[in-house]
Design a protein around this ligand. Structure first.
Ligand SMILES: Cc1cc2nc3c(=O)[nH]c(=O)nc-3n(C[C@H](O)[C@H](O)[C@H](O)COP(=O)(O)O)c2cc1C
Length: 206
């Protein structure tokens, strides 16, 4: 802080570490969701925490959904332009493991899961907190991921309790599951690093 003739000048230092920590706040309280999609008769689903609201008009509900390109589900959503988003009850860690720890390229994630097709053909998982059916309106390239702008066409709340946040997952999931996910996350980061800055600015074709 310095005082000149007429002004009090406040100087402060900024750091990219602090910037990362503040950006991290946007992870902690995000709902943990399972996103399902259908493409040419095949179904798949994954976990995500990158779903944020993006409409101020209550009667026109929209979200932005961030999906990493390495995920099998990315190709389903990118090509079919439809998805269902499920909020989980705050103790449904088994669903997080089933959909978030493994890839649908290597196993049928719906093998032991009770579900029915939604009106858009994407799976609706039984027993979750709530779900929405969505249609992709637009998207942009994010290097290693794609943020999809989606329209929420319908939805249903099944449970009046609270939904799971990423903090719930890290605080209450079995510790060995968290360790397993952290290992998977490291591999996903290795996939992201070489492509995260390669942003293609061409418009998305719907
Ligand atoms: C707690 C948790 C949070 C996750 N958050 C995201 C996310 O926000 N976006 C994303 O694309 N993947 C996220 N993932 C990773 C995918 O769910 C995971 O890579 C999954 O295995 C992809 O499956 P797929 O290859 O069948 O699509 C998350 C996983 C977990 C367990």
């Amino acid at each position: 802080m310095a005082l000149t003739e007429n002004f009090l000048i406040i100087t402060f230092t900024m750091s990219s570490a602090e910037g990362s920590a503040i950006a991290g706040i946007f992870w902690s309280y995000s709902p943990v969701v399972v996103i399902t999609s259908e493409l040419e008769g095949k179904i798949n689903g994954q976990v995500a925490v990158t779903v944020v609201t993006s409409s101020i008009v209550g009667s026109v509900p929209r979200l932005i959904v961030g999906i990493w390109k390495g995920n099998y589900t990315h190709s389903f959503i990118y090509n079919s332009k439809k998805l269902n988003i499920h909020l989980l009850k705050n103790d449904q860690f088994d669903l997080v493991k089933n959909f978030g720890f493994y890839t649908g390229r290597e196993r049928d994630k719906f093998d032991n899961i009770s579900f029915k097709p939604g009106s858009n053909g994407c799976p609706v998982i039984d027993g979750v907190h709530s779900y929405m059916e969505c249609e992709v309106l637009n998207a942009m390239d994010g290097g290693d991921m794609t943020p999809f702008l989606v329209k929420v066409s319908e939805g249903k709340v099944f449970d009046s309790g609270s939904w799971m946040t990423l903090s719930d997952f890290y605080n209450y999931a079995p510790p060995d599951w968290i360790a397993e996910y952290d290992q998977k996350l490291s591999k996903s980061i290795q996939f992201s690093m070489p492509i995260i800055h390669n942003i293609n600015y061409e418009p998305f074709k719907t």
